[in-house]
Design a protein around this ligand. Structure first.
Ligand code: FAD
Ligand code: NAD
Length: 501
């Protein structure tokens, strides 16, 4: 443990040292530009790793080339949900007799965009930087790259260069960027990525969306509600292919009701921008047709942000990590969050950050901190219980394995389903509530290994399932977890009844 570390531990958690004090201490102790931990990337994951190690008594430097808060705060989770919420609120009201008549028209695009902008603080990270200072985390704005063992070079925003060294660990938390597929003319047509969609200042009359994953379905929903005529082009035979088929079908049925023209089994073969917008050639099994739009949003997945990170300088060719996020073969190098490709979700990245940060602190104190399953040093849930909420209409919440995945994993499986509309709480929530729930049970251990809920506010049902999966709660005990009447959660009781005692 460093001297700086002992000093900060003694200070305790009540009065944390400021970043400036910590930086001064760090340099004084080392006689140079050294920190216990250097974290590259100040997205939600980098911020959390830095916070964890500082709480553990180490000094931390965070390097960020854009905004502190990363993709999630400014171009992903927060602005996308801010764009989606107004239409969802109106849809909820429209489904309740007595309230529906009060709803006139759709969302006001200008106000929706303004509310979104307020959630991104107009793309200013001042408040997050203030938090870093409070938390005692030093920040350098610039682009970092590895240049050798524990050595990081930072190209600062003013064009300068700075070298810093890590006594304990370097953590790569550089996230991911949108993948633009190699379709003729697409890159030249200046397509939108999720960044352009979530930061849009105007609503295009016509929007084509390429990709039927989460970004494609959510952004199609948001822009259709804001008044765009949206065409969603997906090459697969179903949307959201990682979910249970019934969830995909429900979203597929919902999008046209929202005004989205969905083309499944369709491949974009060429794109060209002209003075009228973009021209998109789309081939399906029968023919090639042309779709015209003002903008084309590319939503075809993410690529890990490893370009220019200098991995080759430390002999790393790919970021394979263990459950503490330590990179295989390099005991001081870690990769957490989107960049390691384990689960591209903010909450899972922050969970990895907690495990990774705890392991770094323990190892700095001489503990091996083996990432044994379910220990504080292991992101074990990445393999067993990754929850996700998809904010389409209907909403989808899912965690763990689908039935097909459980069978492929060789588990003895029985699945039970229940119509959410039959639950008293759901029918009170919305007239004609449409939704469905499914549990996947490992019959060998009589525990839940997967759950999916489809319907209004169903994302809120998922956490109970996450607890049941992570806790490996036997079904016999779940019978004693009594849901309140009349809530939508009563579906839990119905699902248990469907399974039988
Ligand atoms: C449209 C959209 C909506 C989403 N919605 C949700 C959602 O509702 N819920 C959810 O859980 N997840 C959602 N996600 C996923 C979520 O945004 C990511 O999982 C999350 O942002 C990953 O966090 P991160 O810290 O790993 O990376 P990022 O948030 O990408 O942060 C990485 C940071 O590293 C910086 N950086 C990169 N390279 C360097 C370098 N060399 N030097 C210095 N800095 C560098 C970047 O500038 C960036 O600030 C969504 C994603 C998208 C695209
Ligand atoms: N609500 C949420 O939790 C939320 C919201 C948005 C994004 N995210 C996260 O962000 C990540 C990225 O989302 P995404 O939707 O970009 O990726 P995704 O992997 O969910 O979906 C991408 C889709 O594009 C398709 N595709 C790939 N290449 C294609 C091509 N050349 N032509 C046509 N289709 C192609 C894929 O088959 C896939 O269905 C996700 O992994 C998700 O975890 C989460």
């Amino acid at each position: 443990m460093t001297v700086a570390g002992i000093r900060y531990r003694a200070l305790g958690r009540v009065t944390r040292p400021t970043a400036t004090e910590r930086q001064a201490a760090s340099m004084a102790v080392a006689g140079g530009d050294e920190y216990d931990v250097i974290v590259v990337g100040a997205g939600p994951v980098g911020e959390n790793v830095a916070d964890q190690v500082v709480r553990g008594g180490l000094s931390a430097l965070l390097v960020e080339r854009e905004l502190v808060g990363g993709e999630c705060s400014y171009w992903a989770c927060i602005p996308s949900k801010a764009l989606l919420r107004p239409a969802a609120a109106l849809a909820d009201a429209r489904r309740v007799d007595g309230a529906a008549t009060a709803v006139r028209g759709g969302p006001n695009p200008e106000q929706v965009l303004a509310r979104r902008t307020s959630f991104t603080h107009n793309w200013s990270d001042d408040s997050q930087v203030g938090w870093l200072d409070y938390a005692g985390i030093a920040l350098v704005r610039g682009t970092a790259r590895l240049v050798g063992e524990r050595q990081v070079e930072i190209r600062t925003r003013d064009g300068g260069a700075r070298r810093v060294a890590a006594r304990q660990a370097v953590v790569l938390a550089t996230g991911s960027r949108a993948t633009v597929p190699d379709v003729p003319g697409l890159a030249e047509a200046d397509p939108w990525t999720s960044r352009d969609a979530t930061s849009a200042t105007a609503v295009p009359d016509e929007l084509a969306v390429l990709g039927g994953g989460v970004v494609g379905c959510e952004m199609a929903t948001a822009f259709a509600a804001l008044g765009s005529r949206v065409t969603l082009i997906a090459r697969g035979e179903r949307l959201l292919p990682r979910l249970e088929p019934f969830a995909s079908e429900a979203v597929l049925a919902g999008l046209p009701k929202a005004g989205v023209d969905v083309r499944l089994g369709a491949t974009v073969t060429a794109v060209e921008r002209d003075e009228a917008g973009v021209r998109i050639d789309v081939a399906d099994a029968d023919a090639t047709r042309t779709v015209r739009a003002d903008e084309i949003l590319v939503a075809t997945g993410r690529t890990a942000a490893v370009e220019g990170l200098g991995l080759e300088t430390v002999g790393v060719t790919e970021l394979r990590v263990d459950d503490s996020c330590r990179v295989a073969g390099v005991d001081w190098l870690y990769a957490a969050g989107d960049v390691n490709g384990r689960a591209l979700l903010t909450h899972m990245g922050k969970y990895q950050a907690r495990a990774c940060g705890a392991a770094i602190v323990a190892r700095a104190g001489g503990d091996a901190a083996e990432p044994t399953p379910w220990s504080r040093y292991a992101a074990t849930a990445d393999h067993a219980a990754v929850p996700q909420a998809v904010f389409t209409d209907p909403e989808v919440g899912a965690v763990g394995l689908t039935e097909a995945e459980a069978r492929d994993a060789g588990l003895p499986v029985r699945a039970v389903e229940y119509d959410l509309g039959q639950v008293a709480g759901a029918s009170l929530f919305a007239d004609g509530y449409a939704g469905r729930a499914k549990l996947v049970v490992d019959t060998g251990r009589e525990v839940i290994v997967g759950a999916t809920f489809v319907g209004a506010t169903s994302a809120e049902l998922v956490h109970a399932a996450t607890i049941a999966i992570v806790g490996e709660v036997p079904l016999s005990r779940l019978w004693h977890a009594v849901p309140s009447f009349p809530t939508i959660s009563e579906v839990w009781l119905r699902l248990l009844e469907a399974y039988g005692r």
